[in-house]
Design a protein around this ligand. Structure first.
Ligand code: ADP
Length: 149
């Protein structure tokens, strides 16, 4: 049994896509074992995207996940943990690749993501890419007692 972290990012919240994204993810037939709305601290954002710290777009990605690019009222995300067989690959397949312009047009990122004029990939959701990443991320975003198995 695998667990994977999903975050509906501030652009997904602003575009009122929460329901659409959860409906698309339900095609994977996984269980939701944790879910919450939250404001992302600077510390959490930097730990979550630590692997990108040397990239030129790092500060923009931090602002993006913290809701600082989408105006007042969108400084929140929905974080979830999905659990089931091959959960990581199943969610990644439904989400589509990182660059929304290159993503399968029927994937969630392909349907709803955009490349901003500043060059940032606004791709409406995050999902863990590997088992190691999922384990690290779930520990960062959730307390053990918030996960209901
Ligand atoms: P993923 O979110 O698919 O796991 P990464 O961890 O590599 O991908 O990147 C984190 C986020 O940073 C992406 O979801 C996207 O919003 C942004 N991003 C990644 N690569 C680029 C890039 N080359 N240009 C602009 N934004 C990017």
């Amino acid at each position: 049994m695998e667990q994977t972290l999903v975050i509906i990012k501030p652009d997904g919240i602003k575009k009122s896509l929460t329901g659409n994204i959860l409906t698309r993810l339900s095609e994977a037939r996984l269980s939701i074992v944790a879910a919450k709305m939250m404001r992302v601290s600077d510390e959490l954002a930097r730990k979550h995207y630590e692997h990108l710290k040397d990239k030129p777009f790092f500060e923009d990605v931090i602002k993006y996940i913290r809701g600082e690019l989408h105006g007042k009222g969108y400084k929140r995300v929905m974080a979830l943990v999905y659990r089931g067989k091959d959960a990581i690959a199943k969610v990644r397949a439904l989400a589509g690749t990182t660059n929304p312009e290159e993503a399968d047009p029927t994937s969630i990122r392909g349907q709803f993501g955009r490349l901003t004029t500043a060059g940032l990939f606004e791709n409406v959701l995050h999902c863990s890419a590997t088992i190691e990443e999922a384990e690290k991320e779930i520990k960062l975003w959730f307390k053990p007692e918030e996960i209901v198995v």
